[in-house]
Design a protein around this ligand. Structure first.
Ligand code: DGL
Length: 270
């Protein structure tokens, strides 16, 4: 029917925006589990159970392909879900791999052994659960050697964004960047490893300084999904109208989404 996009809350809208620009003829069903956000402070079992329930909800909605537009879900639940097996004809993909491919300048499906790459010092900003999982470092180690990753768990940023408190979110981002710089004074690249953070991208860039390349997922995931759908056209689904579902209060979530994305977005109850 459509491609499903899942996030714990509003962050996945940054990915959806890029997907809609890159794939204007594809219909999407977005599901935000706002009633249970933030995921980043939950343990892995909890994130897995919540993610699984939401992905099943999207499969039942007719979405054969579901993209986890959430790093925390990708880190804590994706591998476990894939290893347990997904129903026939259904697929679930995460957002880590396109980012790591961009950082390591690899093409999709390049399974050659890990090699040295241009970037040596990488700062990773993510939720506490993503940092704890070490999923980013694990995926990177499959592809690159000699990259020093310093991870900063950015407690509080997702909550502040979900609450619409951008002043607090900005202050927290600056203090997390300061904390990172105390551990790694001169990162060459910074990964925004949470789909909520593109909403704060300018603040990250300003706090890090001009010399640091900031990698944000939205456009990388859009390119990667376009490539996937060319290879698996049957997963595109039909229809042309995107829909937005939330487990939270639809009016409140619609207001926040409209404020953040600067265009009217109307959510329905999931
Ligand atoms: N957007 C989610 C991510 O990419 C945020 C997780 C949360 O709810 O804490 O990690």
């Amino acid at each position: 029917m459509a491609v499903g996009i899942f996030d714990s809350g509003l962050g996945g809208l940054t990915v959806l925006d890029a997907l809609q620009a890159r794939l204007p003829d594809v219909a999407f069903v977005y599901l935000g589990d706002n009633a249970h956000a933030p995921y980043g402070v939950r343990d892995a079992d909890d994130v897995h159970a919540l993610t699984r329930a939401s992905v099943e909800r999207l499969w039942n909605e007719g979405c054969d392909l579901v993209v986890l537009a959430c790093n925390t879900a990708s880190a804590a639940a994706l591998r476990r879900m894939q290893e347990a097996g997904v129903p026939q004809g259904k697929r679930v993909l995460g957002v880590f791999v396109p980012l790591i491919e961009a950082l390591t300048e690899r093409q999709w499906g390049d399974n050659s052994p890990p090699r040295e790459v241009a970037v040596r010092h990488v700062a990773l900003f993510a939720t506490p659960a993503t940092v704890r999982s070490r999923a980013f470092q694990r995926e990177l180690a499959f592809r690159a050697i000699g990259v020093d990753v310093e991870a900063q768990a950015c407690g509080g940023v997702v909550d502040a964004i979900e609450e619409g408190d951008l002043i607090l979110a900005e202050a927290l981002v600056r203090s997390h960047v300061d904390a990172l710089k105390r551990k790694m004074p001169q990162p060459q690249a910074a990964i925004l490893g949470c789909t909520h953070y593109p909403l704060m991208e300018q603040v990250f860039q300003e706090a890090l300084g001009e010399g640091v390349s900031v990698y944000s997922q939205a456009s990388l995931v859009a390119e990667s999904l376009a490539d996937y759908l060319t290879r698996h056209p049957g997963m595109t689904g039909e229809g042309s109208k995107s829909r937005y579902l939330t487990t939270g209060d639809p009016r409140r979530v619609s207001d926040r989404a409209t404020q953040f994305m600067r265009r009217p977005i109307t959510f329905q109850a999931a």
